[in-house]
Design a protein around this ligand. Structure first.
Ligand SMILES: [Zn+2]
Length: 319
């Protein structure tokens, strides 16, 4: 994703959960997780981050990209009742290269009309643009946090939903989008999310979406992202209140943080209210973002576990 110039209320606007929850009448949040829901194991998710990074960079057109796609499809085929791969091409505006990209959609309770969309990008950035050392900027990003973390949480959740179905009235669609981070400019980014937004049928449209991006940092903080606060306030309310009732309030501040051009934006533009759960403070002064330092040793199973618990709470409480 990229930072957007104008920051929304950075450091100044602090919305209380009550204010965020005004539409819902600000009911007090119940304590503790939804009874009977399965728990999410962050160690499993961290192992899946390692598996992905071991494929090498997952840049479109590389062997790592192909290996990861094959691995994800095999895994999801064994876990989800419906798995759809949507392969498409994009001609880059930077170099007129043709990229072959694939979105993967795994659908649980596929017959349910009311659907929740959870998405993450699975590709990684071809260039380490943010490296201080100019000579290193041509190296690909390993993408432990920026790519593998959100994907790992969704793959772990797929295994959970295979064991224990979500409530029957709730359909859950896991969307693994490609081409989020190709770049370098935004016209060659968010490609899989744009594709989904353009092609999703009226019958398949989710009631709302939640994007997971950079969700594994060992030093976590998830303020509310700017576009999410503006355009997906009801979703923000659901997610941050789920975090609060699980006891994670200190890691999910309700302050509005940075405004980021990420995969939720094309969905919002298509009328699908989508929030971005992202920790955009990755290392000192964000030093690990879009650099060769984005490696699994910067992540922790407890952060992945916390995010997974929040998402599982969202799903098993009925969305
Ligand atoms: Zn990125």
């Amino acid at each position: 994703m990229t930072r957007t110039d104008g920051r929304v209320g950075q450091g100044a606007t602090v919305l209380s959960l009550c204010l965020l929850g005004a539409l819902a009448g600000c009911d007090p949040a119940p304590a503790g997780p939804t009874p009977g829901r399965p728990s999410f194991d962050g160690n499993v998710a961290l192992e899946l981050v390692h598996r992905q990074v071991d494929f090498g960079p997952r840049v479109p057109g590389t062997v790592g990209h192909t290996a990861q796609l094959d691995w994800m499809l095999a895994r999801l085929d064994s876990l989800a009742p419906v798995v759809q791969a949507d392969t498409f091409t994009h001609v880059t505006s930077s170099a007129a290269d043709t990229l072959t990209l694939t979105n993967v959609l795994a659908r649980f309770n596929p017959e349910a009309k009311r659907r929740l969309l959870l998405l993450a990008h699975w590709d990684t950035r071809p260039t380490s643009d943010a490296e201080a050392d100019v000579a290193k900027r041509t190296e690909p990003v390993p993408g432990a946090n920026d790519g593998a973390s959100g994907t790992a949480v969704l793959l772990t959740l797929a295994a959970l939903m295979n064991e224990t179905s979500p409530p029957a009235t709730l359909g859950v669609d896991l969307l693994f989008v490609d081409g989020e981070d190709f770049g370098p400019g935004v016209e060659d980014m968010l490609l899989g999310a744009r594709r989904y937004a353009e092609t999703v049928s009226e019958d398949d449209r989710p009631v709302y979406g939640l994007l997971l991006d950079m969700v594994g940092d060992a030093d976590p903080s998830f303020p509310v992202e700017g576009y999410s606060a503006q355009a997906a306030n009801v979703v923000v309310q659901k997610v941050w209140r789920a975090a609060e009732r699980l006891g994670y309030r200190s890691y999910f501040p309700t302050a509005v943080g940075q405004t980021l051009t990420d995969d939720h934006v094309p969905l919002i533009q298509a009328g699908i209210s989508t929030a971005n759960l992202i920790d955009f403070t990755y290392g000192p002064n964000n030093a690990y973002w879009h650099t060769a330092q984005d490696l699994p040793d910067k992540l922790s199973s407890s952060t992945l576990g916390m995010v997974g618990e929040v998402v599982a709470e969202l799903v098993y409480s009925g969305g």
